[in-house]
Ligand binder design. Structure first.
Ligand code: FAD
Length: 342
């Protein structure tokens, strides 16, 4: 049995930063993640993509952010159960919890922080007959390493942030980037839309709208795609390419956590955002992308904030008679943390 103060389910950016905030309060953490490595979406979906909205970092690659978080929490020596999915939870009479993974590993904790992000996620796939035959042969639903597209001809489909950001990034890596979207308007950030339009005028992105990729062709791998243009004439255009990357987002599935008796709304766990991000079960918190409350934003910095307030609540739960006085990390004297990286 693994013993800890806070058991964190999910080692994404939110779960990792929780270890730091808990560590300042001398609370010990252990993390479980179904993936074999920490970092959540940042490591699994977009390690080489730059992030621009982490305070204090004008630009940081998602993978580097994870490395930095791992470095930041090192002094607090968190435990990890990786490659295992949290499956069952039992609340004991004393208010503590036992969480068991799909491989039978048991964890005993005073509080449980669910930082499960999107849960186990599946990419939304386009309705193209036979597309599965080209998966990993030029068709990919997420970009893990942009270098794989160096000097290649790439067709990206989609109208959200991922499609826009990757088109911008690959414009300087790939030989040719074609962005196909079924509407004239994009859903992504205005700044990214403007950047794409700038690159279109520089002939670095070939933009085709309103249109859809309706067929993929090739012998052993992708060699071309057919694009149906949604104008009055319903024209077709054949584009030669090495890769087709439909970026239509992820369809989130909460997985086993959905059966834990928690209040769920639209695939997310409802929490009390007026206080401490606790769920309807006292002692179980939900932070980061996995939770929902009025005005919720699925951003890394929001997860960091939620983790910080949650740790204060766990401290009060475990030390009901102690008054916690906030100290800054820049001021010496915080027990267990002298700022040095050992
Ligand atoms: P996640 O990163 O999703 O991590 C959750 C972890 O929990 C996963 O590793 C998962 O395996 C694990 N897990 C789930 N269920 C279980 C279980 N039952 N047992 C064990 N493990 C489990 N945000 C920004 O702020 N700025 C950006 O520029 C930005 N760009 C993005 C670009 C893309 C392409 C994508 C997809 C997202 C982007 N985001 C961005 C969103 C950001 O990545 C998320 O807000 C962030 O990852 C949420 O962190 P998290 O720790 O809450 O969850």
């Amino acid at each position: 049995m693994i013993e800890t103060d806070i058991l964190i389910i999910g080692a994404g950016p939110t779960g990792l930063f929780t270890v730091f905030e808990a560590g300042l309060l001398k609370l010990k953490c252990h993390l479980i993640d179904a993936l074999p490595q920490p970092g959540g979406q940042c490591s699994e979906l977009y390690p080489k993509k730059p992030i621009y909205d982490i305070p204090g970092f004008p630009e940081v690659l998602a993978g580097d952010l994870v490395d930095n978080l791992m470095e930041q929490i090192k002094p607090f020596q968190p435990g990890f159960t990786l490659g295992e999915r949290a499956e069952d939870i039992d609340k004991l009479e004393d208010g503590t919890f036992i969480v068991t993974t799909n491989k039978g590993t048991k964890h005993h904790a005073n509080a449980v922080a669910i930082a499960g992000g999107l849960g186990s996620f599946e990419p939304r796939k386009p309705q193209i007959v036979g597309i599965e035959n080209y998966e990993d042969r030029g068709v990919a639903y997420m970009i893990k390493d942009p270098e794989a597209y160096r000097d290649k001809k790439v067709v990206i489909a989609g109208g959200g942030d991922s499609a826009l950001d990757w088109s911008i990034f690959l414009a300087n890596v790939a030989q040719e980037v074609t962005l196909v979207h079924r509407r004239e308007e994009f859903r992504g950030a205005l700044d990214s839309v403007e950047k794409v339009q700038e690159l279109v005028t520089q002939n670095k992105i070939n933009l085709i709208t309103p249109a859809e990729v309706t067929d993929v062709k090739g012998t052993d791998k992708v060699e071309s795609v057919t694009i149906t243009i949604h104008d009055e004439a319903k024209r077709f255009q054949e584009i030669e390419c090495d890769a087709f990357v439909p970026l239509f987002g992820l369809s989130p599935k909460l997985g086993p956590i959905a059966n834990w008796g928690l209040e769920i709304e639209k695939n997310a766990i409802k929490v009390d955002n007026t206080l401490d991000y606790q769920t309807n079960i006292p002692g179980i918190y939900a932070i980061g992308d996995v939770n929902t409350y009025p005005g919720k934003l699925k951003l890394i910095l929001c997860g960091f904030h939620e983790a910080t307030l949650m740790c204060q609540s766990v401290y009060q739960r475990m030390n009901p008679n102690k008054k916690y006085v906030l100290k800054y990390t820049t001021v010496g004297g915080i027990d267990g943390f002298d700022g040095s990286r050992k």
